[in-house]
Design a protein around this ligand. Sequence first.
Ligand code: NDP
Length: 326
Amino acid sequence: MFDAILITQDTTAQRVQHTTLDDAQLPAGDVLVRVSHSTLNYKDALAITGSSPVVRRFPMVPGIDLVGCVEQSSHPDHAPGDWVLLNGWGVGETHWGGLAQKARLKGDWLIPLPPAFSPRQAMAIGTAGYTAMLCILALERHGVRPGDGDIAVTGATGGVGSVAIALLARLGYTAVAITGRAHDADYLSQLGAAEVLPRDPLSSPGKPLGKERWAGAIDVAGGHTLANLCATTRYGGVVATCGLAGGMSLPATVAPFILRGVTLAGIDSVMRPRADRIEAWSRLATDLNVDALQTIGQDIALADVIPHAQALLDGRIRGRVVVDVN
Ligand code: NDP
């Protein structure tokens, strides 16, 4: 028997509870993992509250991230006693996820826990931090370099934003934090933000082109924010788009792309090939100051997950939420 968060659905509504399950109920898979830590990401909060149709199959154990120790395996890459890490692959959406003390998974989804990180540190990074690294890799691939100018980071106090700022600062970029939480300016400066700007001016309709301001941008908001970032990115600059915290739309024109050669780089972490994951996690191991994870991550127990999911969507949580499932 093991503890888990379980989402069920009847004809009228979704229900979520902290409950006890039997090993026999676990889905099929070639690796059984004793989970040590999971996290609460934006997508997990949407799934748990039912605010968005993240869960595709019921009943579902949510949790798109996990770290744990292999208990049983018939997969050639993973043996009992190995520490493994999982981000995405539809886990917590179509296959039972990490917000439980056990998970049975496809071995192909697992990568070794990088030795640079403890289980808790890996989950303080989680999908949000791994996505921040994918965004920075995209900026690099399109030629943005430290010293080129300001890099805008929206949703700066959130999970992706916090890790992005810590990484950019450590790599020598000038990170400009854009936030709705002016009272967290000290937190953002401590992570390495060179400047902290309010989110509101960017989130209302703007012009097709504005004054050239950004060498690059990492955007979690979408909507007018993303359109305005594209319109104010310098000639040849790059905007990495990974989120929709401010909306799904993109009310933009082609002007920044055809007149300034701006690149809009789409970032998906969920189905990312294994080689890209290994690259991102090895760059996190070398480029992230692990002391920053103490500032970014807060710890909760499995029993605290359900109330924290609503708090996260309400904007009442800063940084990353690590769940010690035991
Ligand atoms: P968090 O909830 O930790 O952070 C989101 C942040 O966005 C908030 O803290 C807030 O920061 C900001 N925000 C909230 N509402 C708005 C708004 N209306 N307009 C602009 N900004 C807003 O989430 P994560 O950092 O984990 O994820 C951020 C986004 O990225 C989500 O949409 C998530 O789904 C997406 N994502 C996508 C991935 C991918 O593979 N493409 C992977 C991971 C995340 P502040 O108060 O500082 O402004």
